[in-house]
Ligand binder design. Structure first.
Ligand code: UTP
Length: 643
């Protein structure tokens, strides 16, 4: 099995990882916060099972090193780790994996190294993650990325070298993450990036003494004894938090100019408050010369140090790829080792929830034998598919990585029949090529699904709440299991909604226009459009099934010509953690809606009125399959679209 692990670069919040640890001794020390990203360069390895732990690294000239072997013995692996040196890291990780997971041996062959070693890019952490991941995948241990990160850290700290807690963020790949450090606890959150961001980093080829830097700064903790220590704690604590929060927001918008300004601000703060703690290292003449260089100023939007700071590595952000290349060439010409890396646009929504545990009473008796989410529809490609498959394909196209399906106990088997059960060979042979491909796609989509059981059918809101742990602290897309969606737009409906969420950052749901005569069947949303196209709306209220009279008086939204329009929920939502928090409260307090079920509308309404809610008028159509006459219409409509 081939594995690639990138190097990692700390963009903002350096030193706040270890500083956050002091929160355990002094609760006034603020938890640390850092933005870390994997880079394009990294370490490639080939791993396979073995009866021993075998490792072959690469020499600096790019040739293979020697194979080294250890028996799978915690004692012997730990002894190698404690000795220090090149092999200590990997032996430490192997010792941890053996002790905690009781694994067999592993052979790890490092095949290519594209990351510069000892340049503040955590090449050692990347190797440790590679070994942890190697064990995880070859022994199918089902460890999460966070678990691999922990194993890499625990392995590395068995060695005399002291890595920080930032380093193993490379386990998250090339995606930027926010790390929070409070005492021993670490939280990792993926970050959204609105547009490609063009970074340059360069080794200043200067001198710095990292040990001295770390001991001088650590001397300012846990309790600040003098003015200088107070300043360091301020800079790495509250100042850093405010700065990082602003960077997250700027990254979400893809605002490179703002990030550049925040880089300058961060370095200014560092020079003002931290540098005095270790002036000999933080004078950093090379770094400051780069910052003052008119050509660098011309080509970049901001400059700051990297890692422990000092004259080690410098990072810069540019407005576009052209300037990025030009800056890199310029710095190389000045005798530095400069590299480019681009943080690719990342959406923050990567998980979706589909509730599919309802009784489907309105489609009885069909639902006595088939879940309505599995009803057949003829898709636009002319293939007859269970409705859920159509939904999953939409989610895959929108870039969703994981899907939670809320099912009622006993229904799982029905879904497994679609996703898990293989066809008999006779059946498979009868399939034309196109349908064989669909069969492969079904298996691939099935791998993204996590089943969550709703023990009792206590309503839509209750069903959604079952996904609380699955969602964690991330925003999640939620689609009704008994609808399918179409659009003629280049972007499918889920994608349009996710983009709207990235623009607003708040609870976002999709809108559909509805006639005044029909408002009593739907959740109706009112508010004000905030863009010229009348698509993005800041919602001000949401009312479930209002009367026509109430809607006419209170819920109309004027279009450009001053005519009142009415909007209902389209059936797709981006839910924030607050939604799960409030649903949890309602369930704990038994706050049911009028029909005796736990609903979602009251919670959305509460958030709309307190924190704010965005609604987006989707360019597309929704098709209901949960009501007989609607199902009939859906069939007819889909048929038309195929013609
Ligand atoms: P509906 O309101 O359509 O309810 O649910 P239902 O029970 O499926 O259908 P009827 O009203 O009995 O005909 C909207 C979505 O929420 C799910 C449904 O499966 C559907 O996808 N749901 C509803 C649950 O998962 N659990 C529930 O307790 C209720």
């Amino acid at each position: 099995m081939n594995i690639f692990v990138p190097g990692r670069l700390c963009l903002f919040g350096e030193h706040s990882d270890w500083a956050g640890l002091y929160n355990r001794t002094n609760s006034e020390v603020e938890p640390g916060m850092a933005i870390v990203t994997g880079i394009e360069q990294g370490i490639y390895g080939y791993v396979e099972r073995s009866d021993k732990f075998r490792f072959r690294g690469m020499k600096e000239d790019g040739s293979h090193g020697e194979w080294i072997e250890w028996p799978m013995s915690v004692k012997q692996l730990k002894a190698t780790a404690e000795e220090g040196g090149y092999y200590s890291y990997v032996a430490g990780v192997a010792a941890f994996m053996l002790e905690y997971y009781d694994v067999g041996g592993l052979s790890v062959d490092i095949t290519k190294v594209t990351i510069p070693v000892k340049k503040g890019l955590s090449s050692s952490a990347a190797i440790c993650v590679l070994v942890a991941r190697g064990f995880n995948l070859t022994y199918d241990l089902q460890m999460s990325v966070r678990g691999e990160m922990e194993a890499a850290y625990r392995g590395e700290i068995m060695t005399p070298s002291r890595c920080g807690r930032l380093d193993q963020a490379c386990a998250y790949g090339e995606k930027p993450v926010l790390m929070r450090f409070a005492s021993e606890n670490i939280e990792v959150e993926r970050l959204a990036v609105g547009k490609d961001l063009h970074w340059v980093f360069a080794d200043l080829n200067g001198e710095k003494d990292t040990k001295k830097i770390l001991s001088s700064l650590n001397a300012c903790y846990p309790f600040a004894q003098d003015e200088q220590s107070k300043k360091v704690q301020e800079a790495l604590g509250p100042d850093n938090r405010k700065l990082v929060e602003q960077v997250i927001e700027a990254m979400r918008r893809g605002d490179a100019a703002r990030i550049g300004a925040l880089m300058d601000e961060s370095q200014r703060l560092f020079d003002e408050k931290v540098a005095g703690a270790c002036p000999s290292e933080f004078d950093s003449p090379l770094l400051h010369a780069v910052m003052a260089d008119p050509e660098v100023k011309h080509l970049s939007l901001g400059v700051k140090g990297v890692g422990s700071h000092g004259d080690g590595t410098v990072q810069m952000i540019c407005a576009d790829a052209e300037k990025q290349e030009a800056l890199c060439a310029y710095l190389n010409g000045k005798g530095m080792d400069a590299y480019v890396f681009t943080i690719k646009r990342q959406r923050s929504v990567r998980k979706a929830v589909i509730p599919a545990a309802g009784f489907g009473t309105r489609m009885f008796p069909a639902t006595k034998v088939v879940k309505k989410e599995l009803f057949p529809v003829v898709d636009r490609d002319g293939i007859a598919k269970p409705a859920l498959l159509v939904l999953l394909q939409e989610l895959e196209q929108a870039g969703i990585e994981e899907v939670a399906l809320i099912v009622s106990p006993g229904d799982r088997e029905e879904f497994d029949r679609l996703f898990k059960r293989d066809l008999t060979i006779e059946h498979y042979r009868k399939l034309p090529k196109a349908l064989r491909e669909v069969n492969v796609a079904i298996q691939r989509l099935g791998q993204k699904i996590t089943y969550i059981e709703q023990e009792e059918q206590l309503g839509f809101g209750h069903a959604v709440y079952q996904a609380k742990d699955f969602a964690g602290e991330e925003p999640v897309l939620m689609l009704l299991g008994d609808h399918i969606y179409t659009t003629d737009s280049r972007k499918n409906c889920a994608s349009q909604l996710m983009d709207a969420y990235e623009r607003s950052g708040q609870l976002t749901l999709s809108l559909d226009e509805v006639r005044l005569e029909d408002v009593m069947h739907y959740g109706i949303i009112t508010g004000q459009f905030t863009d010229g196209e009348e698509r993005l709306m800041q919602a001000s209220d949401m009312v479930e099934k209002p009367t026509m009279e109430y809607a006419r008086l209170h819920l109309g939204v004027k279009d450009k010509r001053g005519v009142d329009k009415y909007y209902c929920v389209f059936g797709q939502y981006v839910l924030t953690p607050k939604v799960f928090e409030l649903l949890g409260r309602d369930i704990a307090e038994g706050r049911k809606s009028e029909n005796g079920e736990y609903g979602l509308t009251s919670v959305l309404r509460e958030i709309c009125r307190t924190e704010g809610m965005t609604a987006y008028r989707i360019d597309g159509e929704r098709h209901d399959i949960g009501i007989p006459e609607e199902y009939l219409r859906t069939m007819a409509k889909y048929g038309k679209e195929n013609e």
